[in-house]
Ligand binder design. Sequence first.
Ligand code: HAM
Length: 416
Amino acid sequence: MKFRSIKGTKDILPGESEKWQFVEALIREVMHEANYREIRTPVFEETALFQRSIGELTDIVSKEMYTFRDRSDESVTLKPEGTASVLRAYIQYNLGEQSPLTKLYYIGPMFRQERPQAGRLRQFHQFGAEALGSSSPQLDVEMMLIPLEVCRRLGIGSVTLKVNSVGCEKCRPAYRKRLVQELMAVYDQLSEESKTRVKQNPLRVLDSKDERDRAATRTAPLMKDFLCDECRMHFAEVERLLKETKTPYEIDGRLVRGLDYYTKTAFEITSAALGSQDALAGGGRYDLLVHELGGKPTAGVGFAAGMERLMIILEKLGQSPDPHIRPDLYIAAADNAARRWAFRFAHQLRQKGVAADLDYLGRSLKAQMREANRQNARYVIVIGDKELATGKAKLKKMESGQEEEVLLTDLASKLA
Ligand code: HAM
């Protein structure tokens, strides 16, 4: 074969796509219940938007973005995440002026040039939400509850919610300085990657998975012990709300997240069913980001979850949805006159909301019956001279094999 899909991309084929539709519909339901409205942003944006929001020194911006110059020599980037685009649109259309609190959600493709492996793709899909305009810790917890509710409805019980606070512009600089001092004391023991991070992005050293880093930073100071009063109270309220909603959680003082925009709350939802790429969802508060991108100072919080990872968990747990996609009626035609009639009749049935199909390959009646079986059609009718002359046919229910004579003019209402 000549053409293959690009490494790290996946086709969602029939059989799979129905499962996606089912899960997407469930996500929309959960979002609707929490009063989030859908936003659809373009697949590509000005490169600077992501550099500015996610941070120049993050892995995403420094090594994973699909960035290219278009034919007008503008630098554009396929979106590696949704938050930056949502905020760009929020600012561009003054959504904050229409209402002091804006709750938005999205489902769509994202692009990161990572090394592909199980649960890690170069084009993947996220569902996520952003709430703009309030600094209430209730919204931080709402952002955790939404993906957890999606999991609950899909029968996924085995997930872990990890929360942390990454502080704010008031308390983080002093902590950062302190952390760098400590990291410099163990510099030689760190992995090469962490060595480069010490100066640029020292907090990331703490969530390194490398054993050397783990060992060297065992006693390193954690942000959560250096929070200012405001951040500490905010985090305490988040914890109180989690307890109040009976939501199991763990505090993970090393949780930093791979994007630079977070302030205060940061969280992740992981699942052991995922293996090494165990993060199903991640999110947190970003109270400085709207202003940073040119809008009025506006508090914000959000999350995003990986659709492919959700599907992997469902598959592993044997919880994969089994949506019944099948024709209501298969029209088997005995000869050419019947075939012509069948095409017209299928058109009429479809206009009335009946899923009808027929044979387009000139196959024998026997082969048409086999096809109806393969398609798992609910009913079949066989049309020949007699049926066309009398306007009546035998409607066969495929499950039971039961047959019933019906007027063809009654068929649509009967099946609908
Ligand atoms: P993120 O942690 O980078 O956060 O991504 C969220 C989720 O997207 C991950 O937990 C994972 O399930 C999925 N994901 C990320 N990269 C890949 C990949 N290469 N292949 C498959 N799945 C992947 C964000 O994107 C933030 N925008 C979340 C957020 C929204 N924070 C505030 N608002």
